[in-house]
Design a protein around this ligand. Sequence first.
Ligand code: PLP
Length: 229
Amino acid sequence: MLKDNLMSVQDNIKQAAMRSGRELSDITLIAVSKTKPVEMIKEIYDLGVRDFGENKVQELVAKYDQLPGDIKWHLIGHLQTNKVKYIVDKVYMIHSVDSLKLAREISREAVKRGITVNILIEVNVAGEESKYGISPDELEETVRQVAELPGIIIRGLMTVAPYVVDSEENRPIFVKMKQFVVDIIQKNIDNVCMDCLSMGMSGDYTVAVEEGATYIRVGTSIFGERNYK
Ligand SMILES: *Cc1c(COP(=O)(O)O)cnc(C)c1O
């Protein structure tokens, strides 16, 4: 059953890429495995997926220890500064950098270990009260400040779009995100790469692909509904 889910998501991505004239190789599916057991992750891993997303530090660390070492772990949820030290050397990318303070802490821990950490700056495009992320007004300044920190490289932007029934409602948000990327590239800021744009979830990933997502984060459509006890 997981296999059918995965194949259908992969097929939808392919169709969306074709519609918008994009290369499939520019789009990476992150299987969001939060709350799901390692057996299910292993099943998806065995089907060839290597990018997995978790939103909690403790859960990521526990799964990291039980699963193959070639998995690229993406931290996609809000990260508290006091937990950075537990994951900085385990994650392939931190998508949810939502403050200068957090970026400073990641930088400090990275330098301590002599590593470079890939990060994305999380943008709260829709200005939702309930969401983390930098407001569009402060984005350029934040990128400039974070870019100066050692031990981290800004690879791009990430957003968690509003929950909508009709995915078309989020298209303007994805268009804006792509524009932010283009704008920042034009500023030519040192240490800023902007080759990654993380947006789109189960409800709207095909629209996100059409508008330029390089990472889509899909949980429910692969693993089924989550059961938060
Ligand atoms: C849970 C989560 C997802 C996946 O959501 P689905 O709707 O289950 O696909 C994507 N991004 C973030 C940041 C999440 O927390």
